[in-house]
Design a protein around this ligand. Structure first.
Ligand SMILES: Cc1ncc(COP(=O)(O)O)c(C=O)c1O
Length: 974
């Protein structure tokens, strides 16, 4: 290889774990002669990709960073006053460096294994406390995907709750005209499949009858106006409906909170709590609710429980509500959310404290007041006199003002041709006010204004001024110096096992390397500070990433078009199913609504299908885990006239490449259906096969699995969908793209359509390109690996899995391999026999792995009583061996129970995990030694990871749900 090639393929060696020598040894262990032999014996020949992916040649990390810097400069940083749910914010450097840029936080997995996740669980509990306190509603989740989908979740929750008790015939949902346009767009999309009629109007005048199951208003509203909804809420309640308020956390430091106004639910985004704009995301959204929604609120809830020693311990509460249990009975498909960003927002509140937040809010309100009054003094009218951070100015023509603003590198919001919106944020300084007012100036008088020390807020109505306290808990009143804050973040980080400790072999979740070079550009201002609704001309860098990444993903999937809008895998499923639905409708087949879903599918599949208005019919699996083709054929024929399609995962969730897959897709097509592929397992396809080659019509890709976006402790994620040509015109649209077009077309201000008038299919996310800034990570991954590197990553994912499978097969039953006894990129280990022989459950083994310094693999999915191991390509042989050694040693421990050496109740598995406190206790009474408990293999001593709590009590926390920080007194007693 020449020296230039060595440089450009440098990243390959960084991303892929095993080196040449290790590869040879691992192949030998697996009984294979070469990598080619491995592929030939795992991936069926009929679906193999014959040509090389058409992706540019790889770049070294250095080259990439230069390249992406140049691309970033095509984004123009303007001062944004666009608002509309997205605001400039200052990420405190201590949070930027210690959380956002810290693999100890961003490489965490969703905290299912509570004992090694107490740090982020505590931070997420802080998030819930922040949103609960500020909205004055007791129940909170952590978190949702964006404000618009959170609003849609609220609508869905009201609908299901009412429908369950009253079976509503013609459901109607009221929305106030002054909601953010993107929220309306998503609500219209979500309402349609449920048959919900959205009635849009003025909350003051629209008659509310019993026909409405609920309503949504914005506070402050789309035009910045602070409205008093008390009477309206009462009217809706009297009519038997529920009310949700979309709101702004910073405004709520000054305004009477939704809970005190009588609202049932509050939703919103926590973006302006220190999370960069990033051209639309990722940001954490929230939902808080009254107590009666305890069993129905969507998303993950962190709750307080106890560990085996009676110590306070946190866990994800009510896990049984999660969609993988409820499947088609689920009322939401939320899985991946925005945990990392929720942590950032929580830390922002911890750092500033209640007084700091209030000061920020007051400063913004005073600056807005100065601007508002100065603009009024120049003869313009404001739409409302009651405002916090946003004013809307009525002008004869917007064009000249917008132009003048642009000359000063200022983005104002052009609402229509007579209205300009201006939203201020915490980044605004006094000098900016001159520039802003100057946009409305005649240029003859110099801009001047006065600002006195005792300035009062004249535009926040007395009757809606907040009087109740918030964030009184010590955690929000302690860490205000940087030293304290830094140590608090580190203290929490130390409790959590992340990829910077050891491999996390979660099947179906693909916890691969999230390389630092992929992550670094995200903090750069030219990516971080771009508003999602900035004029397209200012987002040239993002356009290039969106265009190129879309092309690459189409190459990889062998499809024709791509939508980067969905914010998670489940959102991708939903968006993909909507394209199928819209296609059938366009073909004159609206009755096609039956979706076949194999029994082994992830729970989000049926949940998404139901949300898309489809009926789920389950297809059986054979003993070997393959889809039962006979059953499939029979059902496809039975539903021939109403078949919408099938959702399949490939390789299947059992970890095998079914040879029958082409036959399956053919049967569906022959019966008039479309094939949806869940791309969660694309890590085993890239470069070797593709959804398009298998016969699928649409698929989603989990960029947070296959394409290196970190899991962030449960989000962010991205679930773009790729489709075949015939589905292209049914991809999601977005009001902002449509509006930009409309304004451009109707420059004279005539015939301007209302903002929600979408011509494409509706939006599925608040921002047109979802969480755009993290697209950079996947883009970097593809550009640095290139076609060969991407393919090699897949091959090594398969090799690593088969190496571990071969090693573990000596001690465990491995379920579901192909005819050559090989698995795909993951495999399932059967732990059920140990229940009979030693009363050991899968959970005991998962917890015991913590004593060995490992996170458990995926538990009991897709088969109860098993673990599913996916090592990914990024782990080297030594790490794989350590993990296998640990599991094999655990097997020997089980033997000791089986043979009666250890008691079935008192043994290291049942008592796992062992905390430091448990091991150093002077009254050690177990029949095994402390060494056996905490240092069961020599390697453990070199880098011991201590779980911070003992086994967490799962039922206690659910019986008595506490999802905010305890009152101060409880804290002091603890
Ligand atoms: C097979 C499969 N499908 C869908 C999903 C849902 O993806 P997300 O969590 O991004 O919504 C998952 C998540 O783990 C999965 O494993």
């Amino acid at each position: 290889m020449n020296i230039l090639d060595v440089q450009s393929t440098e990243f390959l060696g960084r991303h892929i774990g095993p080196n040449g020598k290790e590869t040879e040894k691992m192949l030998a262990q697996t009984g294979l002669a070469s990598m080619d032999a491995l592929t030939a014996q795992t991936v069926p020949s009929g679906i193999r990709m014959q040509q090389r992916l058409n992706i540019p040649k790889p770049m070294s990390e250095n080259e990439y960073l230069r390249h992406i810097k140049n691309v970033s400069l095509k984004n123009k940083i303007f001062h944004n006053y666009i608002g509309q749910g997205y605001y400039g914010t200052i990420t405190p450097s201590v949070i930027l460096r210690n959380i956002f840029e810290n693999p100890g936080w961003y490489t965490q997995y969703t905290p299912y294994q509570a004992e090694i996740s107490q740090g982020r669980l505590e931070s997420l509990l802080n998030f819930q406390t922040v949103v609960s306190d500020l909205t004055a509603l007791p129940l909170a989740n952590a978190s949702l995907l964006d404000e618009a989908t959170a609003a849609a979740e609220a609508m869905g929750m009201f609908f299901h709750l009412k429908n369950r008790s009253e079976n509503i015939g013609k459901p109607r949902f009221f929305i106030d005209t002054e909601l953010f346009p993107q929220t309306k767009d998503v609500l219209y999309t979500r309402a349609k499949p449920f048959g919900i009629e959205i009635v849009e109007g003025d909350y003051k005048t629209t008659p509310i009858t019993e026909a409405f199951f609920g309503a949504l208003v914005q506070y402050p509203n789309n035009k910045g106006s602070i409205e008093d909804y008390r009477a309206f809420i009462e009217t809706v309640h009297t009519a038997g409906g529920y009310v949700a308020m979309a709101t702004d956390l910073l405004a709520l430091t000054l305004l009477t909170p939704p809970g005190e106004l009588g609202a049932d639910v509050a939703v919103g985004a926590a973006q302006r709590f220190g999370v960069p704009l990033g051209y639309g995301g990722p940001h954490a959204a929230f939902m808080t609710a009254a107590d009666e929604f305890k069993r129905t609120i969507p998303g993950r809830i962190i709750g307080i429980s106890e560990d085996a020693n009676g110590n306070r311990a946190l866990r994800m509460a009510l896990q049984t509500r999660e969609q993988h249990i409820k499947r088609e009975k689920a009322t939401s498909n939320i899985c991946t959310a925005q945990a990392l960003l929720a942590n950032m927002a929580a830390m922002y509140a911890v750092y500033h404290g209640p007084q700091g937040l209030k000061t920020i809010a007051e400063r913004i309100a005073i600056y807005t007041q100065i601007v508002g009054e100065a603009i009024e003094a120049r003869g313009f009218k404001l739409v409302s006199d009651q405002y916090f951070d946003t004013i809307v100015v009525q002008v004869p023509h917007t064009a000249s003002i917008i132009e003048k603003a642009e000359q000063q590198k200022i983005n104002l919001r052009q609402i229509d041709h007579q209205h300009i919106g201006i939203s201020l944020d915490e980044t605004v300084i006094i000098e900016d006010l001159y520039d802003l007012i100057n946009c409305f100036e005649n240029d003859s008088d110099p801009v001047s204004f006065s600002l006195s020390a005792g300035e009062t807020l004249r535009h926040i109505p007395e009757s809606l001024s907040r009087s109740s306290a918030y964030l009184t808990h010590p955690v929000f009143n302690t860490y205000h110096s940087e030293s304290k804050m830094m140590r608090y973040i580190k203290y929490l980080e130390n409790k959590d096992l992340s990829l910077n400790t050891s491999m996390i072999s979660l099947g179906s979740c693909t916890m691969k390397l999230n390389a630092a070079t992929e992550m670094i550009p995200l903090s750069w201002a030219h990516w971080a500070n771009i508003h999602p609704f900035a004029p397209a001309g200012q987002a040239g860098g993002y356009k290039q990433i969106v265009d190129e990444l879309s092309q690459y993903l189409c190459q990889i999937t062998a499809f024709d078009a791509c939508s980067l809008q969905p914010n998670s895998g489940a959102q991708g499923e939903y968006a993909g199913l909507l394209t199928i639905k819209a296609y059938h409708e366009a073909q004159g087949n609206p009755q096609r609504d039956v979706m076949l879903i194999p029994i082994s599918a992830h729970g989000t599949n049926p949940a998404s299908a139901v949300m898309a208005g489809m009926k789920v019919v389950v297809v059986k699996a054979l003993e070997n885990g393959y889809i039962d083709v006979e059953d499939l054929k029979a059902k496809a024929q039975q539903y021939q006239d109403t078949l919408a399609g099938i959702m399949i995962t490939y390789p299947s969730t059992y970890g095998v490449y079914e040879e029958t897959v082409k036959e399956i897709t053919q049967i569906i097509h022959e019966n008039g259906g479309q094939v949806y592929m869940d791309g969660a397992n694309m890590n085993a396809q890239v470069g070797l096969t593709a959804p398009g080659l298998i016969g699928a019509d649409v698929c989603h890709l989990n960029l947070h699995k296959t394409f290196a976006i970190p899991h962030g402790g449960g989000g962010p994620g991205m679930g773009p969908i790729c489709v075949k040509e015939h589905l292209t015109r049914h991809l999601p649209g977005h009001v902002s793209l449509h509006k930009a077009k409309t304004i451009a077309l109707n420059g004279n201000g005539q015939n301007h359509q209302p903002e929600h008038a979408v011509i494409h299919e509706g939006a599925v996310s608040a921002a047109p390109y979802g969480s755009a800034s993290i697209l950079l990570i996947s883009y970097a991954y593809i550009r640095m690996l290139g076609a060969e590197g991407l393919k090699a990553a897949t091959e090594y994912a398969i090799l690593n899995a088969n190496y571990m499978r071969a090693r573990l097969a000596e001690d465990f039953d491995i379920l579901y391999t192909n005819d050559n006894d090989l698995c795909a990129h993951e495999f399932i280990v059967d732990l059920r026999p140990f229940k009979k022989t030693a009363q050991v459950e899968a959970e005991d083994i998962a917890k015991r792995l913590m004593d060995y310094g490992f996170h458990a693999p995926t538990m009991s999915f897709p088969v109860p009583g098993t673990i599913m191991i996916e090592p990914t390509e990024s782990e080297d042989k030594a790490e794989l061996d350590r993990f296998c050694d640990a599991l094999q040693q655990i097997r020997r421990e089980i033997q000791k129970i089986e043979s009666g050496v250890w008691d079935v109740k008192d043994n290291p598995l049942k008592n796992a995990p062992h905390t430091q406190q448990a091991v150093i206790t002077s009254n050690w009474s177990h029949s095994y030694s402390r060494e056996e408990a905490a240092f069961p293999l020599p390697y453990v001593g070199h880098n011991k990871f201590w779980p911070s709590v003992a086994r967490v009590n799962n039922t206690l926390g659910d019986r008595n749900l506490i999802c905010t920080c305890e009152p101060v007194e409880a804290y002091m007693e603890a």
